[in-house]
Design a protein around this ligand. Structure first.
Ligand SMILES: [Zn+2]
Ligand SMILES: [Zn+2]
Length: 367
């Protein structure tokens, strides 16, 4: 079947709206008519070609829509079901069995290698294979092929534009606090960066009852929004030493720091923000893939500190996404405050707006 897609023909784009052919779903696959898809920072990292993406390619990994067709063996959804897409996992390995599919042993081939294991692609343009399967979906398109492990049936009246970003950015930020760092009521939380992931970490902290919740973010509008969403303090890193600012609020140091910025000078400062038994969670992708975080060993063993990397907020999507949908319905995840919608053919504008601080979370709508 033919559909429109935002195709990337070269590193760093631009995305070009083109007709592509989408194959029939094979065993375990689900073809989804995409109605809304969020743009996540990882799309742009991969679009740079940093991880060896082949072109042409279709990215997009926060898709939501309706099931269009199912391949052999699919039992969890049927055509017409409203669904949310997320990252893929194998369901067979030790970490999948232990409810940690974000650390699936096959995470890279299932999410980042943009062909099937037999080398075939689900997408073609004329006769040319198009790199697909990004996060098991490639949803910057009217039709995407996903898999039973990364498709979640949701209520018929669900708002797809609001819920689409749950599939990556929102579950990553909220899950970092609620799952990865296991934030508890009364624990102090510092969030570095006030983009969609950082604001989701703030909301996750508020859901857990953490406090104080301190956001460090250079843009004034984002600081104001963070305060609306549950932060108790919002600090401009340009106004002085952020470590001193944090220590002025929590003199003994913070219990948790979540970095969503990937900006090395501020990530390095996190080491001096935490107190005894402090945990640092790393989400932000650094500018260089070789970036290093130096940890002072004596200080670190004395305080019992932890630094850990975080993928997808340690989400087990079939459990955590329904929880997040319930939090959204109850008003505890007011994503609408920072989602801005665009048409699929406005994708380059949406990315430009995000770069210039005019938009925190862009969601593309497809007719
Ligand atoms: Zn697995
Ligand atoms: Zn993402």
């Amino acid at each position: 079947m033919q559909t429109q897609a935002a195709v990337l023909n070269q590193a760093n784009g631009p995305f070009e709206i083109e007709n592509i052919d989408v194959g029939e779903p094979q065993a375990g696959e689900i073809r989804v008519a995409i109605k809304a898809v969020g743009i996540c920072h990882t799309d742009l990292v991969i679009a740079s070609g940093a991880l060896g993406l082949q072109f042409p390619a279709v990215l997009g990994h926060e898709g939501a829509g309706f099931v269009d067709a199912v391949g052999p063996g699919v039992t969890s959804v049927k055509p017409g079901d409203k669904v949310l897409l997320t990252f893929n996992s194998c369901g067979q390995c030790r970490h999948c069995h232990d409810d940690h599919p974000a650390y699936c042993q096959s995470f890279m081939p299932l999410n980042m290698v943009c062909v099937r294991t037999d080398g075939s692609t689900r997408l073609h343009r004329d006769e040319t294979p198009v790199a697909d399967n990004f996060f098991g979906q490639s949803s910057f398109a009217g039709l995407a092929i996903a898999n039973e492990r990364n498709v979640l049936k949701i209520a018929d009246d669900a708002d797809l534009a609001a819920l689409a970003p749950l599939g990556c950015g929102i579950q990553t930020g909220a899950g970092a606090v609620l799952r990865s760092l296991n934030g508890k009521a009364g624990e102090s939380l510092v969030v570095l960066g006030g983009g969609a992931v950082g604001l989701s970490a703030v909301m996750g902290g508020a859901i857990a009852g953490c406090g104080p919740i301190i956001v460090i973010e250079p843009q004034e509008a984002r600081r104001a929004l963070a305060l609306e969403l549950g932060a108790t303090h919002a600090i401009d890193p340009g106004a002085g030493d952020p470590v001193q600012a944090v220590r002025a609020i929590v003199p003994d140091g913070a219990d948790m720091v979540v970095d969503t910025s990937g900006y090395l000078p501020i990530v390095e400062s996190a080491v001096n923000m935490v107190g005894n038994l402090g945990r640092i969670g790393l989400i932000g992708v650094p500018g260089s893939l070789d970036a290093v975080l130096p940890v002072p060993i004596m200080q670190w063993l004395t305080i019992g500190g932890t630094v850990r990397g975080i993928v997808e907020g340690d989400s087990d999507p079939k459990v955590f996404l329904p929880e997040l949908i319930a939090h959204h319905a109850a008003g505890r995840l007011p994503l609408e405050k920072f989602i801005k919608t665009y048409r699929l053919d406005e994708i380059n504008q949406a990315i430009d707006d995000a770069h210039h601080g005019k938009c925190i979370k862009a969601v593309l709508l497809i007719d």
